[in-house]
Structures are given as structure tokens and as C-alpha cells.
Write a protein that binds this ligand. Structure first.
Ligand SMILES: [Zn+2]
Length: 150
């Protein structure tokens, strides 16, 4: 039950790992491939497909995109689209997906995922289970290729 227990405190920003970890180049989740004016993008270590990143809002603690100013929202969307374009140019997928939930991590972030024919969610969403760990060498190579486009 994600919305029980400490949820209200976490929504308020207490112990928010995205606010607290000070924009590192690499985390357990992934490696940073882009730093914008209002976001950082991490290329995920675990993924069902090649080309999965999370664009994380930077600034004050924000949970919902509707709580951004018009200017902030525009910049966040702009930076998300820059990253999406780089993923498309790098991996040539059939489709790009954008997902802003925050149901387990209440800090604004958007998942941007390349999608391919025959991928584990072909025609629908990818599975909600934990994705497999990517090959370390290929993961770092892919991250570098995306970073080079940004
Ligand atoms: Zn936060």
C-alpha cells in the first residue's frame, strides 16, 4: 500500500531521495546523460528495452507537474522532449512512451522509453515488474551514445 504509512510525509518532501542525493553522475538507478536547467536524466541500469531513461525534476521538491509554474512546466517538457529525441535518434524505435506516475517515488519524474516490435509489452504498456539488469558494457556504451546527442 504505497499511499499509506509515511506517504504524506514523503509527499511533503521529507527524506526524498531525489532531493537529497545532490545530482550525482551515477546512482544505483542509472547514469546521468543530461543535465538541463530544471532536470537531470538518468539512463537506467535495468530495462526491458534499449533506451529507457528517467527525467527527474530539479529545484524545489515537487510531486505533481500541475504544481509547476507555466514556465517551469514548459522547460521541463522541453528538456524531456530533447531527451526523447536523442533516444529516438540513437535507437530508432517504433514508438516512444512517456510516463509520469510517482506512485512509489513522490518526486516529479517522467519515464521515457523506446518501444519496439516484439518487446515485452508489444501493443500495450511494459510489465510493471522489475526489469532485468542490462549488460554493463552495453549499458555504458548506450548511455554514452545518448549523452553524445544531448
Ligand atoms: Zn523531492
Amino acid at each position: 500500500m504505497a499511499f499509506a504509512g509515511t506517504w504524506t510525509i514523503r509527499v511533503a518532501g521529507d527524506n526524498c531521495r531525489w532531493c537529497d542525493h545532490c545530482r550525482p553522475d551515477e546512482t544505483d538507478f542509472g547514469i546521468r546523460v543530461f543535465s538541463g536547467q530544471v532536470s537531470d536524466t538518468y539512463f537506467a541500469r535495468r530495462a526491458f528495452v534499449r533506451g529507457y531513461v528517467v527525467v527527474v525534476w530539479r529545484g524545489r521538491h515537487v510531486v505533481e507537474p500541475m504544481d509547476l509554474t507555466v514556465g517551469e512546466a514548459g522547460q521541463f517538457h522541453h528538456e524531456t522532449m530533447l531527451v526523447a529525441r536523442a533516444l529516438r535518434d540513437c535507437f530508432r524505435p517504433a514508438k516512444m512512451n512517456y510516463l509520469t506516475m510517482g506512485n512509489s517515488e513522490p518526486h516529479l519524474h517522467t519515464h521515457v522509453t523506446a518501444r519496439y516490435p516484439g518487446d515485452p509489452g508489444d501493443g500495450g504498456p511494459l510489465p510493471a515488474t522489475e526489469p532485468p539488469l542490462l549488460d554493463e558494457i552495453q549499458w555504458r556504451r548506450d548511455a554514452a551514445a545518448v549523452r553524445a546527442l544531448l
